[in-house]
Ligand binder design. Structure first.
Ligand code: AMP
Ligand code: ZN
Ligand code: FE
Ligand code: FE
Length: 284
């Protein structure tokens, strides 16, 4: 039923399936247009495009997901059709990944002071030398029996308000929009409800944030996302129409090992989303 999923992770960041494993799963589940959107990395895209030759009716949309700092919270920015072959872009992404590595090392050290002893080498191994993130640390903690599921690590240790949290230097949302646009990508804000969870008037605040980012060059917003309810989708769709932002979406699948994970093929935007993205994509 769902043909499009524009938010997927692989082993090149914190996903647990390689690009080829992910592509097989997506195709078997009926998807025909997918975007690989690893955190701060486009390393999985060429492999994905090459592997997709196996499926002539499968379209791979090059993508990325950048984490940004926003008023004590985070905004994640997706970039569709980004020119991943550009060397200057790759230099910036490498810097982000180096920052991730330093931060993950510091988190592992901090956890030691709380009696949680996981090995840095093991975290690096799990991360497959890709873009290291907290889920890799969480997985090492599962392996050592400190927790049952990766998400427990976030609830008890690694989440923003928990004892093992350490931040890292990130772009602002505006800078990420600028970077994505500079390298021919279409900036789309990911899982928008996560930014204003603590707010009393989430929709009003979200509308304000999105209209500010629209001025900075934002082109779309994730409306059909992961486990969003019908009501959430309806309200986000309304905001996207009001602000003239393209309603996008996807599963944000990681093969995380957490219970009840949303599987690719069970959520996604209508085909009009891709039509709209293609209208404004950089000509090549
Ligand atoms: P990082 O890139 O190191 O900041 O880690 C962020 C990633 O951790 C997200 O992309 C998700 O894959 C995962 N994540 C964030 N919050 C949670 C949570 N509460 N439970 C499980 N995974 C999470
Ligand atoms: Zn992730
Ligand atoms: Fe995200
Ligand atoms: Fe994601």
């Amino acid at each position: 039923m769902y043909k499009t999923d524009l938010h997927l992770h692989t082993t090149h960041s914190d996903g647990n399936l390689s690009p080829s494993e992910l592509i097989d799963l997506c195709y078997e589940n009926g998807l025909r247009h997918i975007s690989i959107t690893d955190h701060d990395s486009t390393e999985g895209i060429e492999e994905s495009i090459n592997y997709s030759i196996k499926y002539p009716d499968l379209e791979i949309i090059p993508g990325i997901e950048l984490s940004t700092d926003f008023e004590g919270a985070e905004i994640h920015m997706l970039g569709f059709y980004i020119n991943y072959k550009n060397k200057d872009l790759q230099k910036v992404l490498k810097d982000f990944r180096d920052g991730r590595q330093n931060r993950a090392y510091s988190i592992v050290e901090k956890l030691k002071s709380f009696g949680i002893d996981i090995s840095w080498e093991r975290v690096l191994e799990i991360s497959n030398k890709g873009s290291v993130g907290r889920p890799h640390i969480a997985q090492a903690m599962v392996e050592k029996g400190y927790i049952k599921y990766p998400k427990e690590a976030f609830e008890k240790y690694l989440g923003r308000d928990q004892i093992g949290y350490i931040s890292r230097t990130k772009f602002t949302p505006e800078q990420s929009i600028e970077l994505i646009t500079k390298y021919d990508g279409i900036p789309v804000i990911a899982h928008p409800t996560y930014i204003v969870q603590k707010s009393a008037q989430p929709n009003k605040d979200l509308e304000k944030i999105l209209s500010k980012l629209k001025i900075a060059g934002l082109k779309g917003v994730e409306v059909y996302y992961n486990d969003y309810t019908k009501d959430q989708i309806t309200s986000l769709l309304k905001i996207s129409q009001k602000l003239d932002l393209i309603p996008c979406g996807g599963s944000d699948y990681h093969a995380s090992g957490n219970p009840n994970e949303i599987i690719p093929g069970t959520v996604g935007p209508p085909v009009e989303c891709l039509v709209e993205l293609k209208k404004i994509r950089h000509p090549f």
